[in-house]
Design a protein. Sequence first.
Length: 125
Amino acid sequence: MSTIRDDNKKAGVGSLPLPVRRALLRLGKDIRQARIYRRIPMEVMAGRALMTRMTLYKIERGDPTVSVGAYATVLFVLGMIDRFAEIADSTNDEVGKSLYEERLPQRIRQKSPFRNQKTNTDEHK
């Protein structure tokens, strides 16, 4: 039987960037706190999310080996799925917007209305 620490080593958790590990730990703690505020026992919460208590335990500890779908399901059960959907909302992506705008052409030329029309001199030839 492997421990959670062994499972994390197998999944390469040590190779995750430190900010990612910290964010997952915080997310797990916040999920746990939200469950406690709502006075939902772990077994009831796991049942509502259609997962085992062990999976919920891993989520509440920010385990990166748990699927993002499981995290999303727990947030749905807690009534917090809307905020999850806004994580990478492009309307809040200031860096992406500025990079996109840099690639836009500086000047857009309009085609001349006379370019494709035949002139009187062309008709007499």
